[in-house]
Design a protein around this ligand. Structure first.
Ligand code: ZN
Length: 193
């Protein structure tokens, strides 16, 4: 008897999966996969660690829809105290991966992407390789980068800024305000000699 667990394919250390058999199945067929990789380079000096993606692949017409719960740890620098810390990432993503060749004949599929296709939009997006291999490495990289906070913060225990920059700002604001009022005073109806 097949259970949910039996259908899940584990891909330890790899982001690639041959989807030829899924492409043979009718629209709506699914596969569940689990990707686990220790380290995934995101950018220069930026690496995700302990990356786990529990993904469901759904056969669409000319594509496979990947819906994935992605979890990872990204070592970042706190924007406030500048300390290094581990930022947990946990997000759900969904993305259609386009099929380019017919799995039975190997013939190129007509490009059905046009302006009215709201799945593919204007970008070419991700595609399944000629060998029917689905590589989620680049999708994972982009998803995790998207999930990184714009202002990294080490958390509620952040000691705060190292420099007492707020005091300096207050002083600057005060002087600027004085200057501004001075200008205001001079402005109306002054004689121009
Ligand atoms: Zn901090």
């Amino acid at each position: 008897m097949a259970t949910e667990e039996d259908r899940t394919v584990d891909l330890p250390g790899d982001t690639r999966l041959n989807v030829a058999s899924l492409l043979m199945e009718p629209v709506g067929a699914i596969r569940d996969i689990v990707i686990e990789i220790e380290s995934l380079p995101l950018d220069v000096d930026l690496v995700a660690r302990n990356v786990t993606a529990k993904a469901r692949l759904t056969r669409l017409k000319d594509a496979i829809l990947v819906t994935a719960d992605v979890a990872a740890i990204v070592p970042l620098e706190c924007a406030i105290c500048l300390a290094a810390y581990n930022q947990p990432i946990a997000e759900r993503f969904s993305e259609p991966i386009r099929q380019l060749v017919d799995v039975r004949t190997g013939a190129e599929l007509p490009n059905t992407v046009d302006a009215t296709d709201d799945v593919a939009e204007s970008e070419p997006g991700f595609t399944i390789g000629d060998n029917h291999e689905l590589d989620l490495g680049e999708a994972l990289r982009q998803w995790i980068v998207l999930a990184i906070p714009m202002q990294p913060s080490c958390g509620p225990d952040c000691p705060g800024p190292l420099l007492r920059s707020t005091d300096q700002e207050d002083e600057f604001d005060h002087r600027f305000a004085s200057l501004a009022s001075l200008l205001d005073d001079d402005e109306p109806g002054n004689d121009k000699s």
